[in-house]
Design a protein around this ligand. Sequence first.
Ligand code: SF4
Ligand code: SF4
Length: 361
Amino acid sequence: MSKKLNGTVIVTYRCNAKCTMCNRYKVPSKPEEEITVDTIRKLPEMYFTNITGGEPFIREDLKDIVRELYKKSDRIVISTNGFFTERIVDLCKEFPQIGIRISIEGLEQNNNEIRGLEDGFNRGYTTLRTLVDMGMKDVGFGMTVQDKNAGDLVALYDISDELGMEFATASLHNSFYFVESNNIIHDRLMVAENFEKLINRLLDSNSPKKWFRAYFNHGLINYIFSQKRLLQCDMSFDTFFIDPFGDVMPCNGTKEKEVMGNLNEQSWDELWNSEKAESVRKKVRSCDRNCWMIGSVSPAMHKYIWVPAMWVIKHKFLRFFKKKKYSMYENKIVRDYRDGKVTKEQLDACSTCEKCINMQR
Ligand code: SF4
Ligand code: SF4
């Protein structure tokens, strides 16, 4: 039996939001060219599937897609901006075991300004509450941290904690997927301080899952200081993304779109074992973008579990009686930046922000 994979299905590039860090809504897919249930039927067995967009609930046939995916996937999580409450609730009634992650970009004012959706915070929050009240178990929210909303990070974590929900974080990335190449964190120390507070809250909890989330957030500090990834990236080896056009890709972090094959035209085995797929895998091996997004880090954390596990042992148990278990200054680069040994311009030049890189040329 072949090994089960980790897959992300981008069901649409249409989106009802206008986020400041993503231009995807300006380049939507057309409904008639979006991935069909027939193509989804050709996907391999998966231990985990993320359904995302654009905004996936824009697709009126999302239930048919989920039904098909459950035939081949052990666990499904949908990422959404939470705006279409009724559609989300309706889908969850049929699939109560499904995971829902709603992205909320800060407290009310910041969220609405970043997301560009009128009343977006209240819509997202109402959806979350409704799902919790329905008894949905796998519900959580996620936040993409940037200068503007970093101060809301711990407050949002507290809301998630009160509601007994998962709290996922990300930071700004640039890629073909976001149709954006100029995202960058400006005040790195301020943003890292907020991550540090969150990490200590997570380490103080009694939940092993949260201790590993603390490690993920430690990796985000490392990322915003433009450092090498803490764990090797194995995207395209046992993980894939498929876009609305049926193109199978290694990930959503590359500068230009990388294509391993097209599932509308090929069978899975033909595509996955093709020369084209192999050449993409070679590129992944030498990729220097150092993304730290949950889609590529979660499989790596499972595969190289001893690395985060050692970090957790060190910070949770060896520092059990310490009030502050984690300091961002454990990272040499953060100390060097504080001490003026590395400048903002040097860090910017090592980021994926094209504007910053070009300014250094
Ligand atoms: S980040 Fe998500 S919700 Fe925001 S515009 Fe991009 S696809 Fe839409
Ligand atoms: S680091 Fe990994 S996830 Fe990021 S662009 Fe490279 S291959 Fe993709």
